[in-house]
Design a binder for this molecule. Sequence first.
Ligand code: ADP
Length: 181
Amino acid sequence: MRLVLLGPPGAGKGTQAAILSEKLNIPHISTGDLFRANIGEGTPLGVEAKEYIDAGKLVPTEVTARMVEERLAEQDAENGWLLDGFPRTVEQAEILAELLDRQGQKLDGVINYQVDEDVVVERMLARGRADDNEETIRTRLQVYRDETSPLIDHYGDALINIDADGEVEEVNARTMERLGQ
Ligand code: ADP
C-alpha cells in the first residue's frame, strides 16, 4: 500500500504513522524525522534544513523532494510506504505524482487527520520538541493554512478524512476501518 498522511502540525500523524507502519508492514517515511536525523548527524542537508525548521518555515522543495526521492528508492520502500510530511504543498504533490508515474505506481489513499487548532497547539506545547515554541507553532499553522491545506482540494476523491481527536488507539481504529483492514 502507498499512503500519504495529511493534517496540521500536531495532528498526531507521526504517532499514527508508527502504528500503521507496523500493522500494515510498510515503512514509515517521515520528512520531519529524516530532517532531524540529518540535523543530528550534522550533514550539509541538516545544516541547511535546520534554519528553516527552527523558524517554522518549509524547507525548500528542491531539497526536500530530493531527500524523499532517495528514500523512496531504498529497497524497503519497494512494495509500499506511508509518507508522513510529504507532500506539504501542491508543487510537492505534483513532484510525487510524477515520480509515481515514472515508476508505474499509484497512491492508494491520502489520509487526512482532522483536528481543531486549539487541540494541536496544546499537543505541540506538551511534547516540547525543539521547534515547538509558541511563535514557531504559530508560523507552522499559518504555513499549513496557506500552503498545505490546498492539498485537501487537490486530492479530492482520494482523500480519507479521519477525526483525529481522541485516544491514539481510537484514531488508529478509525483509520484501519476506513482502509478496510
Ligand atoms: P509537524 O508534523 O509537527 O509539522 P514534522 O516533523 O512533520 O512536524 O516537520 C518539522 C519541520 O520539517 C516542518 O515544520 C518543516 O520545517 C520541515 N518539513 C517537513 N516536511 C517538509 C516538506 N515536505 N517540505 C518542506 N519542509 C518540510
